[in-house]
Design a protein around this ligand. Structure first.
Ligand code: MN
Length: 195
């Protein structure tokens, strides 16, 4: 056992079907994320980051420690923001108001978010974050990067690494991104915004 452990999913592996299949959850959470956890635990001894939090590692480390810690932080935010059949639709709240204020409408926000996810070249993540004044921004982050490295507070993310969608959507990344809105739990996003 190392310092970090694999997060438990807050839903059953088949709960997000048909948007994300049970097989994809099994590989993505049980194999890919588990490997990042095992890798980081193996790299920590003697690194100087033995006592650091994930966010501290992501802001200060480099190389393999940074990459594996970044992927753990990213995936913990990713998997915990979804729900199955009872996913809460955006009905307002502080983050709903901020989306309308900063993007004009929820549809305009979704459009920009999907376009930035679809156009990110290679592997990475598209993020909705808040800056220190609460203003919302959408950023593309390559590989294992996280908006905390820019002083932003991450609120919502779509994983555009192929392992996130290839079993279910093959090369159709835009279709996958468009479907993910059905399972976003906006109560979780709201909680992150208020924190
Ligand atoms: Mn992933």
């Amino acid at each position: 056992m190392g310092k970090f452990s694999l997060m438990a999913l807050p839903y059953e592996a088949d709960a997000l079907q048909p948007v994300i299949s049970k097989d994809t959850i099994g590989f993505h959470h049980g194999k890919h994320l588990a490997a990042y956890v095992n890798n980081l635990n193996a790299l920590l001894p003697g690194s100087g980051f033995e006592e650091a939090s994930l966010e501290e590692i992501v802001c200060k480390a480099s190389g393999g420690i940074l990459n594996n810690a970044g992927q753990i932080l990213n995936h913990e935010l990713y998997f915990s923001q979804f729900r199955g059949k009872e996913a809460s639709l955006l009905r307002g709240g502080l983050v709903g108001s901020a989306i309308k204020r900063d993007f004009g409408s929820f549809e305009a926000f979704k459009d920009e978010f999907q376009k930035k996810g679809a156009s990110l070249f290679g592997s990475g993540w598209v993020w909705l974050s808040a800056d220190k004044d609460g203003k919302l921004v959408i950023t593309q982050e390559p590989n294992a990067a996280n908006p905390v490295q820019k002083g932003l507070k991450p609120l919502l993310t779509f994983d555009v690494w192929e392992h996130a969608y290839y079993l279910d959507y093959q090369n159709r990344r835009p279709d996958h991104l468009a479907a993910l809105w059905q399972i976003v739990d906006w109560n979780v996003v709201e909680g992150r915004y208020k924190r």
